[in-house]
Design a protein around this ligand. Structure first.
Ligand code: ADP
Ligand code: ASP
Ligand code: MG
Length: 403
C-alpha cells in the first residue's frame, strides 16, 4: 500500500518525538508499505516565528510571513529524514515546491491549484521514504513560497494523498481520534469509530482544530480515506472519516465544537439603504476575510445595526477595511471577549427539538446567547468567552454524549 502519514506539532515537538516518528515510519515501511510522511513544525515554532515578525510590524507583508513560517516545517522534514537515514532507511526530504505543490497568490492562506507528483513518484520508485515539509507550496504566478493557513499540514497530506492516489491518509496527533468534543475540555468525551465528512467538516470549521477544515473538504472531494490517530499510542486504531452512507448508526448529535478565535464586529446606526451590506462584505471578501455569522436588526428611522463575526487572526486587516465605512455608521466596535459553541450532527436533519435542548441547557447555566445561526446539520451560538468551557460541558451533558 501507499500510505500518506502526517505528523503534527506535538508529534515532532522535540528531538525525541522526531525519533519516535522515525520509529513509527520504520515499522510501517518494514510491513512493506510505501510511505510519504508530511510533517508540521515543532510545536510552538510557528507561533514563535509570528511573534518575531510582530516585533517589527503589526501588519507585515503576507509573502514575507510565508517565507518566515515555511522554515518551521523544513527544519522538521530534514531532521526526520536525517534520523531515518541514520537508521539505515533511504529517506529524502522535500519542500512544498519540490513536492510539486502549486498554489494561488493568497499568501498566508493560499489554495492549492495543482500538485505535480512526478518527483515524488520518482523518489518512491527509487525506494525512498519521502518526508514533505507541510503547510507550504509555491505561488504559481510569482514562484514565491506560500503557506496554506494555520493547521495547513493536514491539507498538504490530504492533497498529496488525493493527487498520488494513496490508499490511506493517516493524520497522527496527540489524541487517538475524533471525540464527541475536545477531551481537554470535557474528559468524559467519547471517541468515535467513524464520522462523516460533512460532520467532521462542520466540527473543524467551527473550531475543533484536530483536523484543519480545508483538509476535510478536500478529503471529501477527492474521496480520500482519512484516519485520525495518535503518535503517542500508534497501536490504537483511530477514527475513520468517511462517507455518510458508510456509517450505520447515525446519532442526532455527533459532537460539540468550541471556537475562541472569534471577534464580534458591531456596526451601529448604519444607513439603511440598498447596497450597504453588499459593499461592506465585498470589501471584506476582497481581503480574504472569512465572515461567519451575520445579523442585521430591523431598521428604525433609516438606521440599522449590523453584527458579524470574523476570526481573530483577521482582526487587524478587518479594522483597516472598516476604516472606509466609518462615515456610514454611528459607531463600530470589536468584541474579542466572545466565543462560538456549536452542536453538529447529521441526524438533526430529521429530528425536532434539538435546538431547544441547547438553549435550555445554556439557560440553566445562566449563559446568555448573543447570536444564533443554524444550518441543516449544525447550531452555532455566540456567548461570552468566560462561559466557553462551561457551555461545552453543559451541552455535552444535555445530549448525553458520554453515554
Ligand atoms: P497537531 O499539532 O497534531 O496538528 P492539533 O493541536 O492541531 O494537533 O489538534 C489536536 C488537538 O485537537 C487535541 O489535542 C485536542 O485538544 C483538540 N481537539 C479539539 N476538538 C477535538 C475533538 N473533537 N476530538 C479530538 N481532539 C480535539
Ligand atoms: N505549523 C503550522 C501551524 O502551526 C501548520 C501545521 O502545523 O499544520 O499552523
Ligand atoms: Mg493541527
Amino acid at each position: 500500500m501507499l500510505k500518506v502519514l502526517k505528523f503534527g506539532g506535538t508529534s515532532v515537538g522535540t528531538l525525541d518525538r522526531i525519533q519516535n516518528v522515525a520509529n513509527i515510519i520504520k515499522k510501517i515501511k518494514d510491513e512493506g508499505h510505501d510511505v510519504i510522511a508530511v510533517v508540521s513544525a515543532m510545536s510552538g515554532e510557528t507561533n514563535k516565528l509570528i511573534e518575531y515578525a510582530e516585533y517589527y510590524s503589526k501588519t507585515p507583508k503576507a509573502d514575507e510571513i510565508d517565507m518566515l513560517l515555511s522554515s518551521g516545517e523544513r527544519v522538521t522534514s530534514a531532521l526526520l529524514s536525517i534520523a531515518l537515514n541514520e537508521m539505515g532507511y533511504k529517506a529524502t526530504s522535500m519542500s512544498g515546491r519540490q513536492a510539486g505543490i502549486m498554489t494561488d497568490n493568497a499568501h498566508t492562506k493560499a489554495r492549492i491549484e495543482s500538485i505535480d507528483t512526478t518527483e515524488m513518484k520518482k523518489a518512491i520508485k527509487d525506494g525512498n521514504i519521502i518526508i514533505v515539509a507541510g503547510f507550504q507550496g509555491v505561488a504559481l504566478d510569482t514562484l514565491r513560497v506560500s503557506t496554506l493557513g494555520r493547521g495547513g499540514s493536514d491539507l498538504t497530506a490530504v492533497a498529496i494523498a488525493g493527487a498520488i492516489e494513496a490508499d490511506v491518509c493517516e493524520i497522527y496527533t496527540d489524541v487517538d481520534g475524533i471525540y464527541t468534543t475536545d477531551p481537554r475540555i470535557e474528559p468524559k468525551a467519547k471517541k468515535l469509530d467513524k464520522i462523516s465528512y460533512d460532520e467532521m467538516l462542520e466540527l473543524a470549521s467551527l473550531g475543533a482544530k484536530v483536523l484543519q477544515n480545508r483538509s476535510v473538504e478536500m478529503a471529501k472531494k477527492l474521496n480520500v480515506n482519512l484516519v485520525s490517530r495518535s503518535s503517542f499510542t500508534p497501536e490504537v486504531e483511530g477514527t475513520l472519516i468517511t462517507k455518510e452512507e458508510n456509517i450505520m448508526e447515525k446519532p442526532i448529535v455527533s459532537g460539540i465544537a468550541l471556537d475562541k478565535n472569534q471577534v464580534r464586529v458591531g456596526m451601529y446606526g448604519v444607513t439603511d439603504k440598498p447596497g450597504i451590506a453588499a459593499s461592506i462584505f465585498t470589501s471584506l471578501a476582497d481581503e480574504n476575510i472569512n465572515v461567519d455569522m451575520i445579523v442585521q436588526t430591523v431598521g428604525v428611522d433609516g438606521k440599522t445595526d449590523l453584527d458579524f463575526t470574523i476570526p481573530t487572526t483577521d482582526l487587524q486587516i478587518c479594522k483597516k477595511v472598516m476604516e472606509k465605512f466609518k462615515t456610514q455608521a454611528e459607531n463600530i466596535d470589536y468584541n474579542e471577549a466572545i466565543c462560538k459553541v456549536s452542536i453538529v450532527g447529521v441526524g438533526m436533519k430529521s429530528h425536532t427539538g434539538v435546538a431547544s435542548k441547547a438553549f435550555t441547557a445554556l439557560a440553566s447555566e445562566n449563559i446568555n446567547i448573543r447570536i444564533i445561526s443554524t444550518s441543516e446539520i449544525k447550531i452555532s451560538m455566540i456567548i461570552d468567552l468566560k462561559y466557553a468551557e462551561l457551555a461545552v460541558r453543559a451541552l455535552h451533558d444535555a445530549y448525553a454524549l458520554d453515554k
